[in-house]
Design a binder for this molecule. Structure first.
Ligand code: IZC
Ligand code: ZN
Length: 427
């Protein structure tokens, strides 16, 4: 990244949405709707950090003597938001599965395809085969596209290696991307993404390997902060999932869980019981599970693109917000059930398919998403002291961003105080 030495002064946004007030704890209930909007808003960035936020008048007054020093971005007529945060992706993988898409269009189901050796197994074969460089370049292309869609931080899971060596290869690619690409990556170990075919007859042996060999080594190498498991009938049982997540916690890996995606399986309940940071998917979560998540403050990371692409009914985001569950949303970017990088489109689906409002989906894709990856102290809102990650959309207000759906409205992205997307193109 080129170094920005001069201050950057973003001026006169028709709306500047700050997400102020959500850094200590995720926004819940009505707070998600009551987001702070500044009209004619401006923000002063310096040394990679947000220094001051307010109306253009206030900032011009405050920086009167220094206006000449700064590079100016004219945001008039535009919407300025915190850089978007995607808290659930399978970014690092090789290959594509359009053949399965075609099969599903003709009636095959996701689980049938997986049980016949496709699905996650197909991507595992491709990812095992790919060397570091190939994985890096395929994943980097996706990360460029994330950035072009206004996303400045992504969580990325392993889980297409399913051997210690191949899991580490994926996590090392994620680490290199984090170091070399403007988008920040937060890594999650997901050795328990599927029982590899070699262990089909003895899944508990594979669970032991995840617990005894993979988790300790991944933690020792500091390659991940979170530990995730695909808790689903036919994949990992709630008992196996619990063992795996508790083993991770012993090694300092915070628990996340793919819960109740295809069938109700008491994944939400398990997330609450063990105090997971987030439970993700939740299409088929029970009312009791939702209530327990609200009580424990487990974040629901909702993935309406996956429901859309699997032609299933979305999670009930409305019900979860009304029940007091903190809600975040994400692309679930992966080659099987959600091959997209467009978090703005996911926000559109949040409105159209989950009963969320434009304000709520914006909170879900910024400050609450930051909480889901334990980064809310640094990102997710436009407040003094936070990292200067900002997205500027060429729409006059945040409702239009949801209303004119399916279009990439990103005009400018600033990452760590540096302009990295300009006029909708990589700078
Ligand atoms: O590759 O199919 N659901 N994991 C759990 C996925 C979808 C990713 C995939
Ligand atoms: Zn996933």
């Amino acid at each position: 990244m080129t170094k920005q030495t001069k201050p950057l002064f973003i001026r006169n946004a028709s709306q500047l949405v700050t997400m102020e007030g959500g850094s200590e704890a995720p926004l819940v209930g009505k707070q998600m709707e009551q987001i702070q909007v500044i009209e004619n808003g401006s923000v002063w960035l310096e040394d990679g950090v947000i220094r001051s936020v307010g109306s253009d008048e206030e900032l011009v007054e405050a920086y009167r003597d220094r206006l000449g020093e700064a590079d100016i971005i004219d945001a008039s007529g535009k919407l300025v938001t915190p850089g978007l945060v995607d808290p659930h992706t399978h970014l690092v993988h090789a290959g594509t599965r359009e053949n399965e898409f075609n099969m599903r269009l003709q009636g095959a189901t996701y689980m049938e395809i997986m049980n016949n050796g496709g699905g996650i197994h197909a991507t595992t074969t491709a990812t095992r085969k790919a060397d570091h460089q190939q994985l890096f370049s395929e994943s980097k292309k996706r990360l460029d596209l994330f950035l072009l869609h206004g996303v400045t931080t992504v969580e990325a899971k392993s889980g297409y290696g399913l051997t210690l060596e191949a899991e580490i290869k994926q996590l090392e690619v994620a680490k290199q991307l984090h170091e070399q690409h403007p988008v920040d990556i937060v890594s999650t170990f997901m050795g328990a993404h599927a029982v590899p075919r070699e262990y089909k007859e003895n899944p508990d042996r594979f669970v032991d390997i995840v617990i005894d060999e993979m988790i300790p080594e991944v933690a020792r190498r500091r390659l991940a902060e979170f530990n995730d498991v695909f808790c689903e009938r036919g994949v990992f049982t709630p008992e196996q999932s619990k063992r795996i997540l508790e083993a991770g916690m012993k090694h300092g890996l915070l628990p996340k869980i793919h819960a109740d995606e295809i069938e109700p399986y008491e994944g939400a309940e398990l997330a609450a019981e063990i105090g997971a940071v987030s439970a993700d998917h939740l299409l088929r979560a029970s009312d009791n599970g939702i209530r327990m998540m609200a009580e424990k403050g487990v974040i629901a990371v909702l993935l309406p693109g996956t429901a859309f692409f699997l032609m299933a009914e979305s999670a009930n985001g409305r019900k979860m917000i009304d029940a007091g569950v903190p809600v975040a949303i994400s692309t679930d970017c992966n080659p099987g059930s959600s091959p997209t990088v467009s978090l703005p489109l996911i926000m559109n689906l949040g409105c159209l398919k989950m009963g969320m409002t434009p304000a709520e989906v914006l909170a879900a894709a910024t400050i609450n998403a930051a909480h889901a990856i334990k980064r809310a102290d640094r990102i997710g809102s436009i407040e003094p002291g936070k990292q200067a990650d900002i997205t500027i959309f060429d729409v006059p207000n945040y409702m239009v961003l949801q209303y004119r759906y399916g279009v990439n409205h990103v005009h400018t992205v600033v990452k760590g105080g540096v302009k990295v997307v300009d006029g909708g193109r990589l700078a």
